[in-house]
Design a protein around this ligand. Sequence first.
Ligand code: NDP
Length: 310
Amino acid sequence: MKIPILLANNDAAFTEQLIASFQQRHPDVDVLLPGQPGSDKVQVAACWFPDDTLLTNYPNIKFIHALSAGVDHLGESLLSAGLPICRIVDERQKQGMFEYALWGVLNVHRYFDLAAQNQRQNCWQRYKQKAAQDIRVSVLGLGALGEYVAKGLADLGYSVSGWSRSQKAMANITCYSGEASLSDMLGQTDILINLLPLSPVTKGILSRKLFDQLPQGAYVINCGRGGHVNEADLIQAVTRGHLRGAMLDVFDEEPLPETNPLWTTQGIVITPHMASDAGETVVVDQVAENAARFLRGDALLNPINLDHGY
Ligand code: NDP
């Protein structure tokens, strides 16, 4: 018997890619789109920014799979429904995130950001080279992605710290946990990389209060979610020179509107939510595997903790 999966995805091009991948790799899966005959009977939903009435319209759904690493896009109604929720965790995505973070770290460590700014003014200015161990990199979030990034940077010789909810022990990484310890880490940070999930607790964490705890000249890299950043506070911290700059991959509103002042703030680098993705073959493989497991009553891979919301 085929495995029916309801694909609730607000991105039409992504939906087409996923359907083609399911057809090619998982002929045992029957993909249904909302509104198609039979979709009201499906128990498994695979989602990217689903409609917040999904569970009202499809009350037979018993298991939700995010089509991504983060689950914040599922929205409050799905996250609080008490249904099991799984997400994508992928080794290649971890490597991609490390590459993105490394680009940002090297830009700052080796002054490539300032050299690029100087070039625009035909300005020849050399900077004294520092050793990697003299650059203090702190990672917010030591989960699947944050841990990989932190370890990769530590292996390259950077002085790495990391912050998580529960206390960790990792070789060559100074680990902090809990709200009370955050300012200790921030005070010893040259480059801050955000890889937290977006939740009611972490929303807006990259705000003036946090920036003020970073040393003068620190740099911020955000690859978590746009909802982590108070954009006005960030622009202010960069333009008044407290922060050397920022590299942003994710935004409250995507695509970032052409009129958003982040585009033109000197010292801010914008990338269009491209830090790292898992690729549709990995996504369909993990969704198909978990759907089969769910219907058999087997343990699920990569479930989120419903109490924590990530
Ligand atoms: P995980 O769930 O594996 O890890 C989350 C980490 O954040 C954990 O270490 C967790 O602590 C910590 N954390 C959560 N809440 C708090 C808190 N309140 N205080 C301190 N620490 C906290 O997530 P991933 O590493 O897989 O992904 C992280 C995020 O990266 C995703 O949610 C997504 O938003 C973003 N992302 C961005 C991409 C991009 O292209 N820009 C691509 C993929 C993901 P603990 O370990 O104690 O639970």
